[in-house]
Write a protein that binds this ligand. Structure first.
Ligand code: HEM
Ligand code: SF4
Length: 679
C-alpha cells in the first residue's frame, strides 16, 4: 500500500500526483521462443511503467493536501502471496469479489434462503448481476423490518430494445414490479419493486426474451451507450457497432450468472445484440495477448481477473459533432471516423470523465474527460484493452470513493496516463496519434419525427424523467403489440420508436393520442424537455432528498421566476437534479444543477455548464432549502437578462461572469444597490 496526496482540482485544471506500483504481467500459452520474447517485452513494459508512475513526492510536498491511501491489484496479489492480506487497506467491496469464486458465493446460498434481503457482501456481488437491494423509505415503520425489494437494471448496448423484450419488461413490471418502467441516463431500463422470491423467475423471463443483466452494474464495464438515432448513415452505424463490440469485448466471462439464475444452463436464447457480431472475433480480440500485460493469467476472466475492476467503468461511443451521449462524462469516450467507403477508419479517444463525488470530501470531484489521442481502426481494441488494464492494475482499491479511473488520470496527469496506456499497447503505443480535429459538439434529444435515411422514420417520444407509467405505459404496450416497432432508449431518459414506414406515421400518432400522450414536442416547455432527474426517493439507498418526484415542480417554479423577471417563455437551459452527489443524471454538466445536500429538498446549486455539455459546472451555493430557491435564482436570472451578450446561453453567461460576480450581484440586488458593471 502507499499513500497519495490530493489537492482539490481547480475546475478544468488537472495536476499530476503520485500514483502507485507497477502492473502485474499476464501470461498466456505461447511457444518457448515467443514466451522468452514476451517476457523481455514485459520487463521493458514494467520498467517503463515504473518510470511513468514514479513518485512525485517533492511536487506533493509543496501543496496543501488530503492524504488518500492507495492499494492496487498488485499490492493485493503480493499480500496474498505473503499472507498479509489482513494488513492491507482495502475498501469493503474488494474481499467479497476476491472470495466469491467469480461472482458466485455467498450470493448463490443467500438467494436460496428465506430472508427477504441479502447481506452486505452480497449487495456488492448482486450488482454484477444487474440487481440492487432497496427498500421503500415511504413505507418504513420504526421497529419493523424494512420492506426490502430489488431493482433490476438491463444491459442494452446502444440503448436498443427489441419489441418482444419491451413487452416482457412491461409484463414483469405489472406482475412482479411496481407497475412502472424507468428509462435511465445510460440508455437502459430499470424495473423496481421485485421481491427476492421472484427474482429468479424475473431474471429467467428477461433472459428468455434475449435481454441481458450481467454487467449492467458492478465493478466492470457498464452499458455501453451510443447516439440513439437509428440513422443508417455509415458513421452512426459504426458507432452502434463499436458500442456492441465494446459491450462484448469487456463482458464478464464467469458462468456465475448461469449458475445463479439459470440452473447452470447457458442461455438458450442469445442476447439480441450478439446476433449482430462475429463472436469468435470478439473472443479472439478479448484473449489475444500482446505480451504487454493486458491479458491476465486467468482462465476465467482474461481481462478482469478475480478482482474485476476497482469501480464501475463507463464507455460511450459517438460520431463527430453528436453529443447526445455526454461524451465528457465517461471513463472512455470514443468518437468514430469513417472513410469514404463507410468503413471504420479510426477513433478519437477521451478518458477520465466521471460525475460521482461526495459532499465535503475535496478528494472527490466530478471530472470532464481529457483527450487521449487518435487511433486507427486496427489499433482500436488494443487501445481500449490497454486503458482497461491501466485502470485494473493501477486504480485505487483502498478507498472506494477514489477508485474510478478519473482519479488515476488526475493523479498521473493526462500525459503520464497516456504513457501508461501506451506501455500496455502493441509496439509501445506507436499507433496512438494526436487527437483529430472535430466539429463543435451539439446536444441532440431526437424528439419528434426524423427520417432514418432508408425511407423509414423514427419518433422521439418525450418521457418525463424516464418514468413510464399509467396511460403512457398502456399506450406503449398497445403500440408495441400492434406494430412491433423496435425501441431505443436515449441517454436523456426518452424513448425512440424506430423503423416506422412513412405510411404508419399517422397511425402511431393516433394511437398515442388516444391514450392522451402528447406527441408534439413543441407543446412541451423547453425547460422540461431538457430536464432530467434521477429516481432518488423513495427507493434509492444513497438518496439524501427528492429528485424525480419534485423536478416537474422545480421546472415550473424556474419558469415562473424567469417570466417574473421578464425572460422569454421560449428561453431554456439544461436543468438536472439528483437526490445525492453521486450524480446519476450528470448534474455537474448542466447549466443549472440541483444536487441533493440535505433532507426536505435541500440542494447544492451548480451553475456554468454549457448547453452542449462540453464543460463542467461549478458549485454556486452549498445548501439551498426548498423555500430559498427563488431568492437564490432571481438575481442570477436578472443579471443574465441584463448583462448577457447576444444569444448568450445561461450556462455560458454564468461561466463567463463567474461565481464571485454572481454573488456580488445577488448581494447588491437584495440590498437595493445599483449593479456594478460586469468586469
Ligand atoms: C458514485 C456512486 C454512485 C452510486 C452509489 C450510485 C448508485 C445508484 C443507485 C442505487 C441507483 C438506483 C436508483 C433507482 O433506480 O432506484 C442509481 C441509478 C443510476 N445511476 Fe448511479 N450511482 C452512483 C454514481 C453514478 C454516476 C456517476 C452515474 C453516471 C453519470 C450513474 C448512473 C446511474 C444511472 C444511469 C442510473 C439510473 C437512473 C437514472 O437514469 O436516473 N450513477 N445509481
Ligand atoms: S444520484 Fe444519488 S439519489 Fe440519485 S439515483 Fe444516483 S445514487 Fe440515487
Amino acid at each position: 500500500m502507499m499513500f497519495v496526496t490530493y489537492a482539490k482540482p481547480l475546475v478544468g485544471a488537472r495536476r499530476g500526483l503520485a500514483p502507485t506500483g507497477s502492473a502485474a504481467p499476464g501470461v498466456y500459452p505461447l511457444t518457448e521462443v515467443l514466451l522468452r520474447d514476451r517476457l523481455r517485452r514485459q520487463r521493458q513494459c514494467r520498467t517503463a511503467r515504473r518510470n511513468i508512475i514514479a513518485n512525485l513526492s517533492s511536487e506533493q510536498s509543496r501543496k496543501k493536501h488530503t492524504v488518500v491511501p492507495i492499494t492496487t491489484r498488485k499490492h493485493i496479489e503480493e499480500a496474498i502471496r505473503d499472507g498479509t492480506l489482513d494488513q492491507l487497506k482495502l475498501n469493503p467491496y474488494e474481499l467479497p469479489k476476491l472470495n466469491s469464486d467469480y461472482l458466485r458465493h455467498p450470493l448463490m446460498e443467500e438467494l436460496g434462503n428465506d430472508q427477504i434481503f441479502i447481506s452486505d457482501d452480497c449487495i456488492g456481488l448482486i450488482k454484477f448481476h444487474g440487481g440492487y437491494l432497496q427498500d421503500n423509505r415511504d413505507q418504513r415503520v420504526r421497529g419493523e423490518l424494512k420492506k426490502y425489494q430489488f431493482m433490476l437494471r438491463l444491459k442494452m448496448p446502444a440503448g436498443e430494445c427489441p419489441p418482444s423484450l419491451y413487452t416482457t419488461l412491461d409484463d414483469i413490471s405489472e406482475t412482479y414490479g411496481n407497475k412502472t418502467l424507468r428509462l435511465t441516463t445510460r440508455s437502459s431500463f430499470q424495473i423496481h419493486g421485485i421481491h427476492k422470491s421472484n427474482l429468479k423467475t424475473v431474471v429467467q423471463s428477461i433472459v428468455r426474451a434475449g435481454g441481458g443483466l450481467y454487467g449492467a452494474s458492478g465493478d466492470c464495464s457498464r452499458n455501453v451507450i451510443a447516439p440513439p438515432a437509428p440513422f443508417v448513415d455509415a458513421a452512426y452505424a459504426q458507432a452502434r457497432h463499436v458500442a456492441r463490440m465494446v459491450a462484448e469485448l469487456f463482458a464478464i466471462q464467469s458462468h456465475a450468472f448461469a449458475d445463479l439464475w439459470l440452473d447452470g444452463e447457458l442461455a438458450a436464447s442469445i442476447e439480441y445484440w450478439k446476433k449482430e457480431l462475429d463472436m469468435d472475433e470478439v473472443r479472439r480480440l478479448m484473449t489475444e495477448d500482446n505480451g504487454r500485460g493486458q491479458v491476465l493469467q486467468d482462465s476465467v476472466e482474461p481481462l478482469y481477473g478475480k478482482l474485476y475492476l476497482p469501480r464501475k467503468f463507463k464507455v460511450g461511443v459517438t460520431v463527430p459533432g453528436d453529443n447526445s451521449i455526454d461524451i465528457y462524462t465517461h471513463d472512455i469516450g470514443i468518437v468514430v471516423f469513417c472513410d469514404a467507403q463507410g468503413q471504420l477508419e479510426g477513433a478519437n479517444i477521451l478518458v477520465g470523465g466521471g460525475m460521482g463525488r461526495t459532499h465535503n470530501k475535496e478528494e472527490t470531484f466530478a471530472r470532464a474527460a481529457d483527450p487521449l489521442g487518435y487511433v486507427p481502426a486496427a489499433a482500436l481494441y488494443d487501445t481500449l484493452k490497454a486503458i482497461l488494464a491501466a485502470q485494473r492494475d493501477h486504480g485505487n482499491r483502498a478507498v472506494r470513493t477514489n477508485a474510478r479511473m478519473k482519479y488515476l488520470v488526475h493523479r498521473l496527469g493526462i500525459d503520464r496516463f497516456r504513457e501508461l496506456v501506451k506501455s500496455y499497447m502493441v509496439g509501445g503505443g506507436s499507433a496512438l496519434e494526436s487527437i483529430r480535429s472535430m466539429p463543435p459538439w451539439t446536444f441532440q434529444d431526437y424528439l419528434g419525427w426524423r427520417e432514418q435515411g432508408d425511407g423509414r422514420w423514427f419518433f422521439g417520444l418525450y418521457v418525463q424523467n424516464g418514468r413510464i407509467k399509467d396511460e403512457l405505459k398502456k399506450a406503449l404496450r398497445a403500440l408495441t403489440d400492434r406494430f412491433n416497432f423496435p425501441l431505443v432508449c436515449t441517454p436523456q431518459q426518452n424513448l425512440l420508436i424506430t423503423q416506422v414506414p412513412a405510411t404508419a406515421r399517422p397511425d402511431v400518432e393516433t394511437l398515442l393520442a388516444s391514450f392522451g400522450v402528447e406527441t408534439a414536442a413543441s407543446a412541451l416547455d423547453p425547460l422540461m424537455r431538457d430536464a432530467m432527474a434521477c429516481p432518488a426517493l423513495p427507493l434509492c439507498p444513497p438518496a439524501i432528498t427528492e429528485a424525480e418526484r419534485v423536478m416537474p415542480r422545480y421546472v415550473q417554479r424556474v419558469r415562473e421566476l424567469l417570466s417574473k423577471v421578464g425572460i422569454s417563455p421560449h428561453a431554456s437551459f439544461v436543468m438536472r437534479m439528483t437526490g445525492c452527489p453521486n450524480g446519476c443524471t450528470r448534474p455537474y454538466m448542466a447549466e443549472l444543477g440541483f444536487v441533493g445536500s440535505g433532507p426536505n429538498c435541500t440542494y447544492q446549486v451548480w451553475l456554468g455548464g454549457s448547453p452542449m455539455q462540453t464543460r463542467l459546472a461549478w458549485p454556486y451555493i452549498d445548501r439551498v432549502t426548498d423555500d430559498q430557491v427563488e431568492r437564490v435564482l432571481e438575481p442570477v436570472f436578472v443579471f443574465w437578462k441584463s448583462a448577457r451578450e447576444p444569444d448568450e446561453s445561461f450556462g455560458d453567461f454564468c461561466d463567463r461572469v463567474g461565481k464571485a460576480q454572481l454573488e456580488a450581484y445577488a448581494q447588491r440586488y437584495w440590498d437595493g444597490v445599483p449593479a456594478a458593471p460586469v468586469s
